[in-house]
Design a protein around this ligand. Structure first.
Ligand code: MRU
Length: 352
């Protein structure tokens, strides 16, 4: 494969830095006005950072958790990996419990557990190598998906994206935003729209800022403007990421994705899901089996710490929804494109 463009030129941000002593996370609660890192020196600090959204996005929380295991190992003495695995299991469980919906978290921890159990006296080095490999493979997958996804988009198209699926949400380059980076660079994408992504405003605070850092113009819309935008004919594709893709192709992603898929189908706009194969969970048969994270309703009652809702009002805050496979035109992973996904096509693409 030839690179679609100079990757480094269009991809400056890195949310997760391993210093050798600590894990530094670009604090996504404070962007875009404050660019500051939080340093985690033990695994419970990493779990807290994942739960509190200092680091967020399915692949990024998996990578952060893998480094969390490396940090947890510092508090443990063991002769070999099997003994270390037994001692580290409570820390792994706490990391796993930090957020429920994105399968990448459990996937990364399973990978760390697997190499640990088979390791000898060098188990600390084995863990560190695996954490680094998880991050490196994610970056490579994103670059590959960028090329595969962009190739589906006709020159001159407009796209709408949701949430933040960029470098901030991954080891770098991004999933859906990687496709957008590649598509813009190749001249396929002429217009980029990003939804605000209420209530946490990943689109407004993170996506348009991230694209601006790399010189890509994007237009912010209110989430509620999406159907109207589609009706104008300005967008030909909705391009989103995923937190868990089931065996039948049903896909969990940021709340609001499902209604975008419905509106897209109504308007003849195509719908693309972009995620590494680590987001595919063949053990979950369909969307009804996915645990949807519910967050503090307080996230909906104000903006930037300023209350906007009268006292005494109740709020419901599910932060993911499930888009049925039937509304998805293409699932793009680093292994290839699954068009019109269903259980048989998913099995053919991903079954071991
Ligand atoms: O709650 P968040 O911000 O972690 O949710 C993130 C999303 O829903 C993303 O679309 C998904 O994780 C893919 S990120 C490449």
């Amino acid at each position: 494969m030839t690179d679609p463009f100079d990757f480094d030129r269009y991809d400056h941000i890195r949310p997760i830095l391993w210093t050798g002593d600590a894990l530094e996370l670009l604090d996504q609660r404070r962007l875009p006005f404050t660019v500051e890192h939080v340093a985690c020196s033990d695994s419970d600090e990493v779990a807290r950072a994942i739960h509190d959204l200092a680091v967020r996005g399915a692949p990024a929380i998996g990578i952060a958790a893998a480094w969390g295991v490396v940090l947890a190992a510092r508090a443990v003495q063991a002769a070999d990996g099997a003994e270390a695995a037994r001692k580290l299991e409570p820390a792994l469980q706490r990391l796993n419990a930090a957020r429920p919906t994105a399968v990448n978290l459990a996937w990364a921890l399973a990978r760390m557990r697997r190499v640990l159990v088979g390791a000898g006296g060098d188990w600390r080095e084995v863990l560190e190598r695996e954490a680094r490999a998880i991050a490196d493979e994610d970056l490579a997958a994103n670059r590959r998906m960028g090329a595969l996804g962009a190739a589906l988009i006709a020159p001159g198209s407009g796209v709408l994206t949701h949430c933040n699926t960029g470098s901030l949400a991954t080891a770098g380059f991004g999933t859906a935003l990687g496709v957008i980076r590649a598509g813009v660079a190749e001249g396929r994408i002429a217009r980029v729209f990003a939804g605000e992504t209420r209530p946490w405003l990943q689109g407004a605070r993170l996506t348009v800022w991230e694209l601006q850092q790399d010189g890509i113009d994007a237009t912010l819309i209110a989430d509620s403007a999406a159907a109207h935008l589609m009706k104008t004919g300005a967008v030909q594709w909705v391009v989103v990421g995923a937190d868990r893709i089931c065996a039948n192709g049903d896909t969990a992603n940021k709340i609001g994705t499902y209604q975008l898929a419905i509106a897209a189908r109504h308007h003849g706009v195509k719908f693309m899901v972009v995620a590494p194969s680590s987001t595919v969970d063949l053990d979950t048969p369909g969307g009804e089996a996915i645990e949807i994270e519910q967050r503090d309703p307080a996230e909906m009652l104000g903006i930037g710490g300023v209350r906007t809702v009268a006292e005494g009002i109740a709020a419901w805050n599910p932060v993911f929804d499930v888009t049925p496979a039937g509304l998805i035109d293409a699932i793009v992973t680093e292994r290839g494109v699954v068009e019109h996904p269903d259980a048989a096509r998913m099995r053919a693409a991903f079954a071991p």
